[in-house]
Design a protein around this ligand. Structure first.
Ligand code: XMP
Length: 506
């Protein structure tokens, strides 16, 4: 087990960001709901208490014993975490006259304090709080202030316990990463969490866990399942059997291209062409969740049929990554769309589950892929939903509509790549709207479909902004699509962010 820092999550929007920043500093960390942490694991080097939508006075918040945690670990409270630590030691927390949100500058910072080493007066910090600390217990000492918040940072005398009212994890806190790094030094963490160390230790663990057992894995063409496959292949070679199903809802030419890439990587892959079966199942169905469920169900059936032909399979591998794990642990999370297509499979098939990437964020998965020598093209592919174009043809799906969408999407993707924009966005794709509108081409009246183009920037798909692609680029894409794709006479660009919209339209 690598050394780690634990983030006790009180439901803040930025908890994941804290974890990512700690990992960027080459220290492994995990997020644990605040009431689920069990002390005693010697690999835990320090604790971070996250922010929260709650107030320390909130009667619904069950209390944790912060003082005993303070005795056991170096500890950093962030925002609510800082308030909770001060309040639970007898300090005073009050509602600020107005919620403070946005940039502030440190008007005092005690650079002699190890937490603030290298941090300058005037450094910008990001604030987002309704409550504020108005009185500190006697052993607590202020080490940084802003004009409006005197206890912007404090430490407890004689302990490695600290609190900061601002958010060092936020990108707007100019020296936030330095502060987190100072805290990791105080915890005595050795910076050994790197893609190479992850690959080495995971391959070793997989070998001892799986021995000579056979493992099956559903490949999707996406980064997560591909990296899972390459990692397992490195550990157990031909005992990994991958299944890649063509449900007819992939991008244009994707099945052949991805199969070739997988074979080039030396993977043992069974390709299954099953488009007719999926189109048959989707006939007459237009509700998004019904479509997802039908696609998921057929996918599982095909996967089971294929797996049934193999002997002695004991394990099912999945490309689950950390945000999926956190979402299922989350203390506030609500499910908006049922994303997890292979859920339920291991129990039905009586297989044990192996998820070698379950501790990694997406950017870490990509770095591991590069470490494993995978092609950047495969690594940098945009996320693509399991139900594929099935949820990008809005309403009822037919082979004709999918083929129109494939053509439009292919033009859009190729042009993003040609213009060097593909890697600047998190995800892009075309959507076929279920409406038709009037146009004119030559002297002819047309009555054709509308294609919506979507491109977003994001770090984890939990929130996303619409990407501000250049007008000239959008104009060329629109011309190409309308000129080359029969049946389409209108192209629009989606300028909605998530929330309140979502990335996919269905
Ligand atoms: P939304 O639309 O919820 O999407 O903002 C967030 C991310 O999840 C992907 N997505 C899916 N992935 N099965 C998947 O495997 C699904 O049913 C599904 N729906 C959305 C979406 O492409 C984005 O990356």
């Amino acid at each position: 087990m690598p050394e780690k820092v634990i983030i006790l999550d009180f439901g803040s929007q930025t908890t994941q960001l804290i974890a990512r920043r700690i990992r960027e500093l080459s220290v492994y960390c995990e997020i644990v709901p605040y009431d689920k942490f069990v002390p005693g694991d010697a690999s835990v080097k320090g604790l971070i208490l996250s922010g929260s939508p709650w107030s320390v006075y909130d009667p619904d918040v069950c209390r944790i014993d912060v003082s005993s945690l303070r005795r056991a670990y170096p500890i950093l409270g962030i925002c609510y975490g800082a308030q909770l630590m001060a309040y639970s030691a007898g300090g005073e927390v009050m509602q600020a006259p107005s919620r403070e949100y946005g940039r502030a500058r440190l008007s005092m910072a005690d650079a002699d304090d190890a937490l603030l080493k290298g941090i300058e007066v005037g450094s910008q910090v990001w604030m987002s709080h309704g409550d504020t600390i108005t009185g500190l217990p006697s052993t607590f000492r202020i080490i940084a202030s802003t004009d409006s918040v005197s206890a912007a940072a404090y430490r407890v005398e004689g302990e490695l316990s600290f609190g900061v009212q601002f958010h060092p994890e936020a990108y707007h806190s100019e020296q936030g990463l330095l502060l987190l790094s100072n805290f990791l030094d105080l915890c005595g963490c050795n910076r050994s969490w790197t893609p190479a160390s992850f690959v080495e230790s995971t391959v070793g663990d997989l070998r001892s866990m799986l021995g000579n057992d056979r493992v099956i894995l559903a490949l999707s063409g996406g980064v997560d399942s591909s990296v899972t496959a390459v990692l397992l292949n490195k550990a157990i070679g031909r005992n990994l059997i991958c299944i890649f199903v063509d449900h007819g809802l992939l991008r244009k030419d994707e099945f052949g291209e991805v199969m070739a890439a997988y074979e080039g990587l030396g993977l043992n892959v069974i390709g299954v062409k099953a488009a007719d079966r999926f189109f048959g199942a989707l006939k007459g169905v237009s509700d998004p969740e019904d479509k997802r469920k039908l696609i998921g169900k057929n996918f599982i059936e095909i996967f089971e049929e294929e797996a049934g032909k193999l002997k002695d399979v004991r394990w099912l591998a999945q490309g689950t990554i950390y945000p999926d794990v956190i979402e299922s642990l989350s203390i506030t999370g609500t499910v908006i769309k049922s994303h997890h297509n292979v859920g339920g499979l291991p129990e039905r098939m009586r297989l044990r589950l192996v998820e070698p990437l379950r501790l990694l964020f997406k950017d870490e998965v990509r770095r591991v892929g590069i470490e494993l020598g995978m092609n950047e093209k495969l690594i940098n592919r945009h996320p693509f939903p399991g139900p594929g174009l099935g949820i990008r043809v809005l309403g009822e799906v037919s082979p004709e509509k999918v083929s129109i969408l494939q053509e439009a999407d292919s033009i859009y993707m190729n042009m993003l790549k040609e213009h060097g924009l593909y890697n600047n966005v998190w995800q892009a794709g075309a959507i076929l709207l279920p409406v038709r509108s009037v146009g004119v081409m030559g002297d002819e009246r047309t009555y054709g479909f509308t294609i919506a183009l979507r491109a977003v920037t994001s770090t984890d798909a939990m929130t996303a902004d619409w990407a501000q692609l250049p007008y000239e680029f959008l104009s060329s894409v629109s011309n190409e699509i309308i000129n080359k794709v029969r049946g389409v006479n209108r192209v629009v660009y989606d300028i909605s962010s998530k929330p309140p919209s979502t990335i996919e339209w269905e």
